[in-house]
Design a binder for this molecule. Structure first.
Ligand SMILES: [Zn+2]
Length: 244
């Protein structure tokens, strides 16, 4: 009898297979399990066709069923998903840093190229870029051997008034949002301070560099940040007054 491992090796990583594994990986990162209905929404396909593909992927050892909750990737599935994600993020990095694409226009190009480029091309791009660890949207680039830094981050909306942070990441899937963030000069690595929060879900005022910008809470929830803990960012007098 054919073991699941042999079976996994035999299933061709076609474009739909790669898209499914990537979508399941992303859902699993957020929710721990990928529900079939969420996979259908993420890929904009009918739930019935998702059921068929999921059965095939499970049969070939890429997925395990989690009763009543959905599916989870096996080690083989995770490896295959991270390979596609690495390709996608290296392509996005190359398109922005070398070819001068704006960051709101690289996702669709990378969605197509990630299936077509050879492994050699991807690794040559990585070398040409100096082995980047993040893509233009701040998403971590998995290594060739499939390790990735998926640390959870707080969002801009979680910052308290006066708190300072560094922008880490934003989803690459909404070009309008990306264009707006570019307009207010908020990109991965940018320092940002929460100046004011209007009550009842009103706008938030941010200081970005020397300029102030107002953003809605729904935008702020989509921007991931890392609080700056460096003591130099806290004015000495403010620190003294808090300790009495
Ligand atoms: Zn993308």
């Amino acid at each position: 009898m054919m073991s699941r491992k042999d079976a996994a090796a035999r299933l061709a990583l076609t474009e739909p297979v790669e898209d499914y594994l990537k979508a399941i990986y992303e859902l699993e990162t957020r929710h721990g399990v990928a529900a079939t209905s969420d996979v259908a929404t993420a890929l904009a396909v009918a739930p019935a066709s998702v059921t068929g593909m999921i059965r095939r992927l499970a049969m070939h050892g890429y997925l395990d069923h989690v009763p009543y909750r959905g599916v989870q990737l096996t080690d083989d599935g995770r490896r295959a998903a991270l390979r596609t994600i690495r390709r996608h993020r290296i392509l996005e990095s190359y398109l922005t840093s070398v070819l001068g694409y704006p960051w709101d226009r690289v996702h669709d190009e990378a969605e197509r190229l990630e299936h077509a480029a050879s492994d050699e091309l991807i690794e040559r791009l990585a070398v040409a870029l100096g082995h980047p660890t993040q893509d233009p949207h701040g998403a971590p680039i998995p290594t060739v051997d499939g390790t990735v830094d998926e640390r959870p981050h707080r969002t801009l909306a979680d910052l308290a008034i006066g708190e300072r942070a560094r922008m880490v990441q934003v989803s690459d899937k909404n070009p309008q949002l990306l264009r707006y963030l570019a307009e207010i000069a908020l990109q991965p690595g940018t320092a940002v301070t929460m100046i004011a929060k209007a009550p009842f879900g009103g706008p938030l005022t941010l200081r970005i560099g020397t300029a102030d910008a107002m953003v809605g809470p729904s935008l702020a929830e989509q921007v991931r940040v890392e609080p700056v803990t460096d003591a130099r960012t806290v004015p000495p007098r403010a620190r003294k007054s808090t300790t009495g």
